[in-house]
Ligand binder design. Sequence first.
Ligand code: UDP
Length: 482
Amino acid sequence: MDEQESLPPHVLIFPLPLQGPVNSMFKLAELLCFSGLHITILLTENIHNRLVLHTDITSRFDQCPGFQIKTISDGLPDDHPRDGGKFLEVFDSLRTKTKTLFKDMLTSDLLCFDLDGKERRRVSCIIADGVLGFTCDVADEISVPIFCVRTISPCCLWIFFCLPKLIESGEYPFEDDNLDELIKSVPGAETFLRRRDLPSFCRSGDLTDSNIQLYKTEGQENSRAHGLILNTFEELDEPILNQMRTICPNLYPIGPLHAHLKKKQTTLRPSSNSLWAEDRTCIDWLNNQLPNSVIYVSFGSIATMTNDQLIEFWYGLVNSGQKFLWVIRPDSIAGEEWRSKIPVDLATGTKERGYIVEWAPQEEVLAHPAVGGFWTHCGWNSILESVYEGKPMICWPYFFDQQVNSRFVEKVWGIGLDMKDTCDREIVEKMVKDLMVLRKEEFLGRANHMSKLAKNCLMEGGSSYSNFDRLVKDIKSLSDKV
Ligand code: UDP
């Protein structure tokens, strides 16, 4: 037997450099490491620097000789903002500049494990974010097996798979301005998916839009990999997963990843992968509130709002009379003037019933018994975290897959209310009251049921547990052939 083959498989994990994908792919990396595989997680220098600043990643893996972190340049200058609005620039730079570096790293010894200065194992398998299509090219060129991961929702990914059909059928671009018209070319969603629920970039109606160009080949791109790893569970997304299997037969739904890791975590303490400093004082505040009495409000790591939206949201929250914990990131509102112009009634209402932080330990907040609902932008990680904890949601989708996710929250899973395309204090007030008071039992009942399914799928024999076992076996058998 070749000396390399007697060593555990060495898996290279390459996440997209954004908070959501980094968070969930770190969890996948840790899960695979606990299963006895050797793992290298490859982070862009920018993401690595921020994680070093705000988390324990430099010491977390001290006890794990099979885990290493390596960095790669994203090809952009240090002062590039790399935020939501500029993300396509990051993406282009990764594709044009990082691709060559990536291949060089894989073909040199740079990524080898150095065990006791003797044994060295080359990368025997790649797991990359499926949107980084160039990783499939490189894997082909150097004959290393590759699996793709999509950290967005399967319901949105399915729409990407259907984009060519939407365009061929003439449904897209839209013929008129009626955003409530139902979409017919997305199998499985014909009865509830409206034009307004398509991914946000579809609103442009421009077939040359770079997002449309990028995502319309998703079906072909993802099916090039050996399999597609998804952060969901069968019981939540079964109809959509069955549709996706017609294009990518080998799916591994192994989520919710954050909870899957907690279940398996034996040696490491649970840690955050936050790119911002967590303000833990909000947990002390929650400890003094009644069960199910607080609505937690957070619009994730990228979404921004205008000053007017901020004021409408704030009045809606204060006027609802409910307690609220609100994350307002320093970069989520343009300009600083809002801080000096807070109307007196809002300041008073917040002092009485609210608590505001710049970044929260969200998983812990959602697991807190005082939290009875979540007003979210519908990022996929946030939804899964909320589903797992059985917290009903109000959805204010900002962009990308969030427009699709929010429709599924309301119409498919029945665990929340979708307020997309509105931003009005009366609507906010009504929805908060509905979720937290008037229709509380109805929403909590369905959310608790979904939470039980999410917990069961991670038990021995459960769907995500078994899919994860299958993934590890498949990685091992493919690595043996490298
Ligand atoms: N998050 C957090 N603290 C906050 C807000 C968000 O830890 O105050 C985490 C949240 O738990 C989730 C991630 O940031 O894991 C956001 O990912 P998501 O997919 O929901 O949205 P995105 O930020 O990508 O838009």
